[in-house]
Design a protein around this ligand. Structure first.
Ligand SMILES: Cc1cc2nc3c(=O)[nH]c(=O)nc-3n(C[C@H](O)[C@H](O)[C@H](O)COP(=O)(O)OP(=O)(O)OC[C@H]3O[C@@H](n4cnc5c(N)ncnc54)[C@H](O)[C@@H]3O)c2cc1C
Ligand code: FES
Ligand code: FES
Length: 491
């Protein structure tokens, strides 16, 4: 395979990097190599947003258009920058004039110690770039991954609202065409590589190149968004010998629909498929909006969420409940299995050496099916689940349950179904009695553990109560339907 170096735009300047350790994060690169210290380090774990920068990349559906997204630079490896434009807080000012994302912070008194301010400014800038008419909820969503410890959020939110509505053209709009052309030029280069400190990074461009890299060095570590993997470097001080970046592999970064399924490439970030899933499964769309923050969803992927095999990942229980499948690929050979069969034991999966996750297939809903999802965490935004409950229920016209899958995260070493509770419900109607029996049976399905997020007792009690909550919600939805039907009939 012909290789080139990692190349990107730092604002409007072409940067070529070589002889840099690919374990370096974008934040470290900016502060320690570029000496650009406007971008701050708060937590180095993706939680506080102080390190937020913006990436512009060619839109996958229209390569004449740029897509701007906020990311956490502290958990993004420097090689992931290839082919993109990196914009930092230092780049916003046009001559002596502050960008409106900055000026509105000044005007609204949105900064005290100022440590969080560059991060808020960059999140606000990213929002403005793709939504000039955001509603309040969209503004809050854009800022939810940024924490401030002294100003208070009211003035910052007001600043972001005003900035996002400003029609004033900025320097990025003026350079738009030149940026598109430059990024297109980078895209046409052969797969980039980066080597430094004895560590290596490669970024294959298609599935054959990816399969080749993994066959040649099966011990390579795959990296997609890095929102999970980079923490092993920034928090556990690990170093990774060889990183293989999947975010440029075209077959892994698309979303397709057939009559019966939604097929999501393993390396497509959440923010690029959330709308489609929200359309078919509103509960799932809402749950994904609670995965991390905007910054995390702009880079984090399904492949990474399944691939890290965490017992508290949010997507696996939902996918298991939906009966979704995952396609695995090794050296041109593919196999498709149920997501529930992917997990073997704590952090152990069926993935063979050199094999990787290619895509996930989610069945589209049909009549009589219901999906209910409940994420239990200490905060609404930017928090990992103590328990994730995913209930799929299919009922016939008599309300008998013909198919049921109750899947849980946070209740065992792997995301898992509850066979005993399911057996109580299968073939029966949801009634006070069957629900009571299912709750009792659940205690035989799981022996959850206690940790910082929740005690074993809390996990079991909340899971049992979620079955009841689901029942009550379905009952009241049915009751509403009956009332609506009556209203229509009497009219
Ligand atoms: C602040 C913060 C909040 C978070 N909140 C949540 C949350 O609410 N819910 C939640 O579920 N997760 C959360 N996460 C965890 C993480 O963001 C998700 O699991 C995300 O989906 C990981 O995707 P990624 O692309 O970043 O994975 P990466 O970090 O790139 O990779 C993760 C693992 O998967 C492997 N991998 C990646 N791609 C593939 C592939 N194609 N085939 C096989 N293996 C692969 C990698 O080798 C690595 O071991 C959070 C993380 C942070 C930092
Ligand atoms: S430094 Fe806190 S999110 Fe990056
Ligand atoms: S202004 Fe001090 S942390 Fe936000």
């Amino acid at each position: 395979m012909t290789m080139s170096t990692v190349r990107f735009l730092l604002n409007n300047d072409v940067v070529t990097i070589k002889n840099i350790d690919p374990n370096l994060t974008v934040l470290q690169y900016l502060r320690e190599i570029q000496f650009k210290s406007g971008t701050k380090e708060g937590c180095a774990s993706g939680d506080c947003g102080a390190c937020t920068v913006v990436l512009a990349e060619l839109d996958s559906n229209n390569d004449a258009q740029l897509h701007y997204k906020s990311i956490n630079s502290c958990i993004t490896f420097v090689g992931n920058l290839h082919g993109k434009q990196l914009i930092t807080v230092e780049d916003l000012k046009n001559g002596a004039k502050l960008h409106h994302a900055q000026q509105t912070i000044v005007d609204n008194h949105g900064s005290q110690c100022g440590f969080c301010t560059p991060g808020f400014v960059m999140s606000s800038f990213a929002l403005h770039k793709h939504n000039q008419k955001p509603n309040r909820a969209e503004v809050l969503e854009a800022l939810a991954g940024n924490l401030c410890r002294c100003t208070g959020y009211r003035s910052i939110i007001e600043a972001a609202i005003t900035s996002s509505q400003t029609s004033e053209e900025d320097s990025f709009a003026q350079h738009y065409q030149a940026t598109v052309l430059k990024l297109a030029e980078f895209q046409n280069l052969p797969a980039p590589t980066l080597e430094g400190n004895g560590h290596k990074f490669v970024s294959p461009k298609n599935i054959d190149e990816l399969a080749y890299e993994l066959k040649a060095e099966p011990k390579s570590t795959l990296v997609a968004g890095g929102t999970d993997l980079a923490l092993s470097v920034t928090q556990n001080l690990a170093t990774i010998d060889k990183l293989v970046y999947v975010g440029s592999v075209k077959e892994l970064t698309r979303i397709e629909e057939t009559d019966s399924h939604i097929i999501i490439g393993s390396a497509l970030p959440y923010s690029q498929f959330i709308d489609t899933l929200h359309h078919y499964y509103p509960d799932l769309g809402e749950m994904i909006e609670r995965i991390g923050s905007k910054q995390v969803r702009n880079t984090g992927t399904l492949g990474g969420n399944i691939g890290n095999a965490s017992p508290i990942g949010d997507m696996p229980p939902a996918l298991i409940a939906l009966g979704a499948t995952v396609t695995l690929h090794v050296s041109g050979v593919e196999r498709t299995i149920l997501v529930e069969d992917y997990f073997v034991d704590y952090k152990k999966t069926v993935l063979k050496p050199s094999e990787f996750i290619k895509s996930v297939q989610i069945p589209k809903p049909t009549h009589g099916q219901t999906l209910k999802l409940y994420k239990i965490s200490k905060r609404i935004d930017d928090d990992i689940s103590a328990v994730l409950a995913a209930f799929f229920i299919e009922q016939d016209s008599q309300q008998n349950i013909t198919n049921v899958r109750l899947a849980f995260g946070g209740m065992a070493a792997i995301p898992k179904r509850a066979p005993a509770a399911e057996a109580i419900l299968q073939g029966n109607c949801l009634t006070d009695e069957t629900v009571k029996q299912a709750k009792i049976a659940l205690a035989t399905d799981f022996q959850p553990m206690s940790d910082v997020r929740a005690s074993d007792k809390y996990r079991m009690t909340v899971s049992q109560n979620l079955i009841e909550k689901c029942y009550l919600e379905l009952q009241s939805a049915n009751a509403r339907q009956v009332i609506e039907t009556r209203v229509v009939n009497y009219a």
